[in-house]
Design a protein around this ligand. Structure first.
Ligand SMILES: *Cc1c(COP(=O)(O)O)cnc(C)c1O
Length: 385
């Protein structure tokens, strides 16, 4: 069967997300869980991920962009939605109209909200304790507090948070350093008459590894999708279940002789007679070009494995835009056979983390990279979404 007109698909299992949110809730108690569904739910589908997380008891949702919050509201999601950074001024009306919780850290942003809002707005203040990305610097908190007091008729502070740079390395000194800086800012806010109601600091890695970071709720993204935040916390991810599979069908097979080369640049040469299977998925779908080759001390070897007939078979040659080739040896493979790129077949499993390790990146980039060209199927539904 083809889906979305092609022999390739992403299958998303909402029950895995529910399970993972349950695991995080248990581990984080008494802190709650807010599910991070930015970037289309890390490639899983934002609405599906949000609904699954809420069914499993997530208390709220986090997004990066106003458009991401709009998508959730238009799908009928009623839970609190926190925007994780300040947004362009032209987004303020939509942000308010769709009842999102803004993050603020500059006076300009507080004033823009206060100028445009026709009802009270509750905001969260992001404090930059070491990322140097977004948030108010601790030294600038006093000035921000003045603006907050001046606009207190419209803007109220409902929460204060920070973000850890090294949470996936639980022993890194940055973790204590950042939480210490966060606590000093919280004390300063209270002393300045800004009530600190809700506070939060933990991403998935900190939720799993750092009890002192859990606070009012954890902001969990990658772990709700069943993917480890990084090797330093792999040992805490045993209970998580991957929520996404990437699969395809073999589109063509051919027998080739020893000495034959394959794909652009002829980077791979077969040293024996073998069977080559073509899989109609490529880098335009998010399978990185270099997944098919490994440079090992200057020698180019075969790349990552896929599963065909329950066996691991290596991708050979560079992945092309729409297709790649696999060395299936003497296995009796035929056009139409199932190929698993990420997921399980027989007793074998390939994880997003396996790609990440080979590519020198993290599982986040693998799943966020799966493009919109791949049909997404929600398990339990009958039509591609
Ligand atoms: C993306 C993001 C998260 C989620 O991080 P995970 O590692 O995926 O759990 C949490 N907080 C902020 C501020 C983020 O930008």
């Amino acid at each position: 069967m083809t889906r979305g007109g092609r022999w390739a698909r992403v299958d998303v299992d909402p029950t895995a997300i529910e399970h993972n949110v349950g695991v995080l809730r248990r581990r984080s108690e008494p802190a709650g869980v807010w599910a991070v569904v930015k970037a289309d739910g890390y490639g899983h589908g934002a609405v599906v991920a949000a609904q699954a997380a809420l069914r499993a008891g997530a208390a709220g949702l986090c997004v990066a962009l106003v458009a991401e919050g709009v998508e959730l509201r238009e799908a009928g999601v009623d839970a609190p939605i926190l925007l994780l950074s300040e947004q362009p001024v032209d987004q303020v009306d939509a942000m308010l109209h769709y009842r999102m919780t803004p993050t603020v850290y500059t006076s300009g942003s507080v004033n823009a909200l206060a100028d445009r809002a026709d009802a009270p707005v509750a905001v969260h203040v992001n404090v930059d304790t070491g990322m140097q990305r977004v948030g108010v610097q601790p030294g600038d908190v006093a000035a921000l507090v003045e603006v907050l007091h001046a606009r207190a008729d419209v803007v109220s502070v409902a929460g204060v948070y920070t973000h850890l740079a090294c949470a996936d390395e639980p022993d890194h000194p940055a973790n204590d350093e950042q939480l210490g800086a966060f606590d000093r800012v919280l004390a300063e806010l209270v002393a300045a008459g800004v009530p600190v109601g809700i506070q939060h600091a933990a991403n998935s890695a900190a939720a799993l590894a750092n009890p002192g970071a859990r606070r009012s709720f954890v902001r969990a993204g990658i772990a709700i999708y069943g993917i480890s935040p990084g090797p330093g916390v792999d040992h805490l991810c045993d209970e998580l279940r991957p929520a996404l599979d990437l699969a395809a069908r073999v589109s063509l097979v051919k027998r080739v002789a020893a000495g034959t080369h394959v794909s652009y640049g002829w980077r791979h040469r077969f040293d024996r007679d073998t069977t080559v299977a073509t899989v109609p998925v490529g880098y335009a779908d998010g399978v990185p070009r270099r997944l098919g080759t490994v440079s090992d001390g200057g020698v180019v070897r075969a790349g990552a494995d896929v599963l065909i007939g329950g066996r691991r078979c290596p991708i050979v040659g560079v992945v092309t835009m729409d297709q790649f080739m696999v060395d299936v040896g003497d296995l009796p493979v035929a056009a139409g056979d199932d190929v698993v790129l990420i997921g399980e077949q027989g007793d074998q499993r390939i994880r997003a983390e396996d790609w990440a390790e080979r590519l020198g990146t993290i599982g986040y980039e693998v799943v966020c990279g799966l493009s919109a060209r791949l049909p997404r199927m929600v398990l339990g539904d009958s039509e591609p979404s």
